[in-house]
Design a protein around this ligand. Structure first.
Ligand code: PLP
Length: 396
């Protein structure tokens, strides 16, 4: 059997065995509905309560501020569209050009519906201009403002300065929503220290299963419910709770809370070795994203003059899983909106790929990739019509 080296953990992660084990009884033993009147359902409801407490501990939130959803896309939509529904057309929305589509698309929908929506740009390192944020909040005058800024970028790993952004928002009374999907389990999130109002996370990005998400809503934040129906989640998210997945999510939060610091150091050491090895072995590469403000597990590299998709396909044949852009955008050959927003030159933007690691990777896997990747790059470069020493003046 071919070896599989999975370096695509920002797309999704393997479920931790500890998480799988705690979920199993909830499929065929403790399968009652937590809303039922009978004791059998009530027993299950207690596990949901305990899971909520664990997720709250993970975020340093209060349990009643935690709503369980089906995924981060739902949480992002619930935050943005639910805030707009509460405040109406007066609401100004400020977001960034490098958000995940789960944020960009709802914001663009609000724009189509008549809201003022601004997308802040980033510099060449992927950082925001906070003065521009200040100006955009100020220019809303007395109107309500929603600032939707991701905690860390899924493609480059660049971490935005959420503490500073939260301070700016609080000073001016703006509501702050953050897509914290990529920081979960990688850097600590503390909603008391970093006072965001709304936050989205997804279980499958940190070793819980696909299909369960977190929607944090600070007490007192005005947001209309996104899913209407039953009284689950205190009428803030209708629909029978996905109990096994909620219990699994809570276990993933506990594992992350207890193991994050050690894990981040080990994962960063692997990522750094990979980066150094690539830069040493392959000419004409650029590492994308501010190296001083990056998630420990993420490496985004542009290999100039060749296509990222071709690199990913060739590595896939060797059992190595990486991605170009975000998984949601793959399938299209458009260059990544994130890398483009950073002004990466045309010769490099198409050759961008992302390596994203997790605690289940090993140094041996890093060395395997460092052995297999350089010949792939050299072969693709030999086939490419473009290159620093190739004459393209005769191309029409
Ligand atoms: N936000 C970010 C930053 C992501 O990376 C992703 C997934 O790639 C999402 C949102 C969407 O998460 P989900 O698949 O749980 O809907």
């Amino acid at each position: 059997m071919m070896r599989t080296v999975y370096f695509d953990n920002n797309a999704t992660t393997r479920v931790a065995p500890e998480v799988r084990d705690v979920m199993l009884p909830f499929f065929d033993e403790l399968y009652g509905n937590p809303s039922s009147m009978h004791a059998f359902g009530g027993q299950v409801a207690k596990f949901v309560d305990r899971a909520r407490e664990e997720v709250a501990r993970f975020l340093n939130a209060e349990p009643d501020e935690v709503i369980f959803t089906s995924c981060a896309t739902e949480s992002d939509n619930a935050a943005i569209r639910g805030t707009a529904e509460y405040y109406g057309k007066d609401l100004k929305v400020i977001t960034t050009a490098v958000e995940h589509p789960a944020v960009l698309q709802p914001c663009r929908r609000l724009k189509a519906l008549g809201h003022e929506v601004v997308e802040l740009g980033v510099d060449a390192l992927g950082n925001l201009d906070l003065d521009q944020l200040r100006r955009e909040i100020a220019s809303a005058g007395k109107r309500p403002v929603l600032v939707a800024v991701m905690y860390a970028n899924n493609e480059t790993g660049v971490v935005f300065p959420l503490d500073e952004i939260a301070t700016i928002c609080k000073e001016r009374g703006a509501i702050l929503q953050t897509d914290a999907v990529q920081v979960a389990g990688k850097i600590p999130v503390d909603v008391k220290k970093t006072p965001v109002d709304l936050l989205a996370m997804s279980g499958h990005k940190f070793h819980a299963p696909k299909g369960v998400g977190i929607f944090y809503v600070r007490r007192g934040t005005k947001v209309k419910p996104f899913l209407l129906g039953g009284h689950q989640e205190r009428s803030r998210r209708a629909g029978t709770e996905n109990v096994p997945y909620i219990v699994g999510l809570a276990k993933a939060c506990e594992l992350a809370r207890l193991g994050m610091a050690k894990e981040a150091t080990a994962v960063a050491a692997m990522r750094d070795r990979l980066e150094a090895g690539i830069v040493a072995a392959c000419p004409n590469v650029r590492v994308n994203g501010d190296p001083s403000r990056r998630l420990p597990n993420t490496l985004n590299v542009s290999f100039e003059y060749i296509e990222g998709e071709a690199i990913a396909y060739h590595l896939s044949d060797l059992g190595i899983c990486i991605s170009t852009g975000s998984a949601c955008a793959s399938g299209s050959l458009d260059p990544s909106h994130v890398i483009r927003a950073m002004g990466v030159p045309f010769t490099a933007v198409h050759g961008s790929v992302r390596f994203s690691l997790s605690r289940y990777n090993t140094m041996d896997e890093v060395d395997y990739v460092l052995e297999k990747l350089p010949p792939v790059i050299a072969n693709l470069r030999a086939l490419s019509p473009f290159g620093p020493d190739k004459d393209v003046s005769t191309f029409k």
